[in-house]
Design a protein around this ligand. Structure first.
Ligand code: SF4
Ligand code: MSK
Length: 678
């Protein structure tokens, strides 16, 4: 044997580096499942995160690959920049241009993802209005009547000189047609923009950033960031604003509204969260992704007697649905289907060995799910024509609204048939927590509004008198570069401890649910005395779950309602409020961040922002934007520092409103302090 080969064979095989479960997550169920996966030799994202390090130049946002002369990489010199920044790509593009172009493309992708989701919902709504499908109908006619005027659709009609209610079907059809036009109308601006407080709308108008139609704003970003087009980072950011507003006040808001009309407006309900919701003696179907059109049908199919009886013939006691990510949040909000976990737990739901089917649609779905599913009996089912997987163990059942229930039953039946194929490797963690979810603009009004006035009177009153110090929107993903859920929970606990009420969406909402923060009882344990008093009096949790990623539009509208209720300024930028995404990872989060900033909100991101390699551009986002829009970006990797910055901003706004003195009257006594320290 030649010496070289001999040496090679003699070399002991290097053990593969794997994640430390406790360092990877704060959640015990997650830790248990990471350990379980490692015992079974199944690789998960947590292991990959320790073996693959991110690119240092990408992190800084200064790698350009927009033409074939690149990639041109412009990292910050170790010594920093002194004097003029002379870094250039081959074409001369500066670090500011490159970072701004990369940032803009993230906004475009985020806006496209949310808005394409919205478009699909609008298409289904049009089918409903055209009576092409019997599987869906208008579940909330009041919501339809509430949104119609925003599209310029009349809800009354004159008959014989008298105003009478217009036919609901006619209204639905006109709303559907108007909504569809928002993606591509040749003239004008988006209809929903005028829902913003008047001074905000007028500011956008003056600055020339009113989005014209959704698709155009995304296309224009792609054009402007093509090699050799827009080379002024400020001008690029202007287009980011247009596209982001087209997302928040356009595609996302329409997705939320039309889903409410078709599937029902959420109202508070009680359920549970975490992997422990899966059941050993039932068929477990996990639904994952973002678009609720199919999952609505899966909920209905799995609750049908026909399917429950069929499951019993296969030896199961019933059918347990569970959600992951935002499709999970959608069916949580409307039906109380418990989330099985956040974004980072998707592989782990399969590792339980009890997942009979995982049904995925679009966004946030790991391609590695197919590899994990291969190690178990799980049927992995893709359902969307734009989101398929190449692996051969994946089943594709394409959803079509014209035979939605038929598709849903096919999927549920596949899961039931798979129940008997479970192996001996079933291990479901015990952890699950109770939660109250299902909040929205309407239910906040019900719980925190005036008794006689349809407004946010009580909420405003409690902000003005200082019991509630301010409002925080805490949203967004998990990021495998962070300890799972740690920043989410640390930030939210610090905020509520300081009497800041939290509105949550996305994976933050699931993380808070898993920790028990979404129960009225959490007020007594975690809140400062003012917020605790309000929550205990009204019977709400200190963290209100408003839904999925597109439901961040509910936060925009809730903020608008607070402005309308009076006493806290005339615009969103006047409110004692701030926003954060402590563990973000998705391009959608950048679009969300930009529309909150452009709506006047101080918005902080954790982990890292890919702008740090271009200090001038970063300064523009972190300082200058506030002078233009009233809101600005910021970065804080440490959640306690993030909370302090948010609270400082809230206090600054209270002072500007002249309500800082009221707050001083809410003093913590010794018992309060001891309770918080316990
Ligand atoms: Fe390099 Fe300019 Fe091409 Fe970007 S566009 S890859 S900076 S030459
Ligand atoms: S699912 S976008 S990981 S919040 Fe909306 Fe969670 Fe972020 Fe996906």
């Amino acid at each position: 044997m030649p010496e070289t080969i001999d040496k090679k064979l003699a070399k002991p095989e290097k053990a593969k580096k794997v994640a430390d479960p406790v360092a990877a997550s704060v959640d015990q169920a997650t830790q248990q499942m990471i350990r379980r996966a490692q015992e079974l030799g199944v690789e998960t994202i947590f292991d990959r995160a320790v073996t693959m390090k991110p690119c240092n130049i990408g992190i800084q946002g200064t790698c350009c690959k927009n033409c074939a002369m690149g990639p041109c990489r412009l990292p910050l010199p170790k010594s920093g920049i002194e004097g003029e920044d002379e870094r250039k790509g081959l074409c001369g593009a500066t670090a500011n241009t490159i970072a701004a172009r990369n940032f803009a493309r993230m906004v475009a992708a985020g806006c496209a993802a949310h808005s394409d989701h919205g478009r699909n919902v609008a298409e289904v709504f049009l089918s409903v209005a055209n009576k092409e499908t019997g599987d869906y109908k208008i579940k909330d006619p009041n919501k339809l009547l509430a949104i119609a005027p925003h599209f310029g659709v009349d809800v009354k009609v004159e008959v014989d000189g008298e105003e009478v209610d217009r036919n609901l079907d006619e209204i639905a059809l006109e709303v559907a047609q108007k909504a569809m036009a928002e993606w591509g109308k040749p003239e004008g601006e988006l209809d929903y923009l005028k829902r913003a407080p008047k001074p905000l709308y007028e500011r956008w108008q003056k600055l020339g950033v009113l989005p014209r139609n959704i698709d155009r704003e995304v296309v224009e970003i792609m054009h402007r960031t093509h090699m050799g087009v827009d080379q002024d980072y400020k001008n690029i950011v202007k287009q980011c604003t247009r596209a982001a507003l087209a997302d928040g006040w356009g595609g996302s808001m329409m997705a939320t509204d039309l889903q409410d009309v078709m599937f029902g407006t959420p109202f508070p309900l009680q359920t549970e969260a975490n992997l422990g919701i899966m059941k050993e003696d039932q068929v477990n179907i996990i639904i994952h992704g973002h678009e609720p059109v199919l999952s609505e049908m899966i909920v209905a199919a799995s609750q049908s007697q026909e399917m429950i009886d069929y499951a019993k013939t296969k030896g199961a006691k019933g059918i347990q649905l569970g959600g992951i990510c935002c499709t999970g949040n959608e069916i949580l909000q409307r039906h109380g289907v418990p989330p099985a976990g956040t974004f980072l737990q998707q592989e782990l739901a399969i590792v339980t060995g009890a997942c009979d089917a995982m049904v995925v649609d679009v966004q946030c779905v790991f391609q590695n799910l197919a590899n994990v599913a291969k190690c178990f009996h799980t049927k992995l089912i893709t359902t969307h024509p734009i989101a398929r997987m190449e692996q051969d163990n994946v089943t594709h059942i394409e959803f079509d609204e014209h035979h939605a229930m038929e598709d849903a039953k096919k999927i549920v039946k596949l899961a039931i048939d798979n129940f008997e194929n479970r192996g001996a490797d079933v291990m479901i963690p015990a952890q699950k927590a109770a939660q109250v979810a299902g909040f929205g603009v309407e239910s906040i009004q019900y719980h925190l509004g005036g008794t006689f006035r349809g407004s946010y009177y009580t909420l405003n009153d409690n902000i003005i008198n200082g019991r509630i110090r301010g409002v925080a929107g805490v949203v967004g993903c998990n990021n495998a570069r962070n300890r799972h859920n740690e920043a989410h929970l640390t930030l939210v606990k610090e905020l509520i401890k300081n009497d800041v009420i939290v509105l949550t969406t996305g994976c933050n909402g699931i993380a808070c649910a898993m920790e028990g923060l979404l129960t009225p009882g959490a007020a007594h344990v975690y809140c400062g005395p003012g917020l605790a008093e309000v929550c205990e009096t009204v019977g709400i949790p200190p963290v209100l779950h408003l839904g999925s990623c597109v439901d961040n539009s509910r936060i925009l509208l809730a903020a608008t309602e607070v402005v309308k209720a009076g006493g806290l300024g005339n615009d969103i930028q006047d409110l004692p409020a701030a926003g954060a995404a402590p563990e973000w990872m998705s391009e959608k989060a950048i679009s969300i961040g930009q529309y909150f900033v452009a709506s006047g909100v101080y918005t902080l991101f954790g982990v890292n922002l890919p702008v740090t390699g271009a200090p001038v551009f970063q300064e523009y986002l972190f300082e200058e934007l506030e002078k233009i829009y009233g809101g600005k970006w910021d970065l804080a990797a440490d959640p306690i520092e993030m909370a302090r910055k948010m609270i400082a901003h809230i206090d600054k706004k209270r002072k500007e409103l002249g309500i800082d003195k009221a707050r001083e009257r809410v003093l913590m006594d010794m018992a309060d302090r001891q309770r918080l320290e316990a």
